[in-house]
Design a protein around this ligand. Structure first.
Ligand SMILES: [Zn+2]
Length: 116
């Protein structure tokens, strides 16, 4: 077999090493000392000047923001825990998630009613 009859093999460049995902980059080592600086019980923001609200205040159509957090994320916010505030950035995410949660559930309910 002559060399020109052989199938040409193109060497692929090695894939670049994957950068750590945003989530991995945000992971920090948590210590009891660092808990004192946390101003948001969800994202663990530590900037003291960040706008925030209590998780036990009303939000959207619910009496307690903490109920929405439990429903959407399965996270319980304890009144006794190190921090019970939620920052503005998390509120934006919660608002979007809550709207989507309600939409999906309303659709699922409507479908259930149709086949009842
Ligand atoms: Zn936050």
């Amino acid at each position: 077999m002559k060399e020109e009859d052989l199938p040409k093999i193109t060497m692929l460049k090695a894939a670049p090493a994957r950068k750590a995902s945003a989530q991995q980059q945000q992971t920090r080592t948590l210590t009891v000392e660092s808990l004192r600086r946390i101003v948001c019980c969800l994202c663990f923001e530590t900037k003291a000047d960040v706008a925030r609200v209590s998780a036990f205040g009303a939000f959207a159509d619910q009496t307690f923001l903490s109920d929405i957090v439990r429903t959407c994320f399965g996270v319980d916010i304890d009144e006794e825990q190190f921090c019970t505030d939620v920052c503005e950035q998390c509120l934006v995410q919660i608002e979007i998630t809550w709207q989507f949660y309600r939409k999906v559930n309303a659709n699922a309910s409507a479908l259930k009613d149709l086949y009842r």
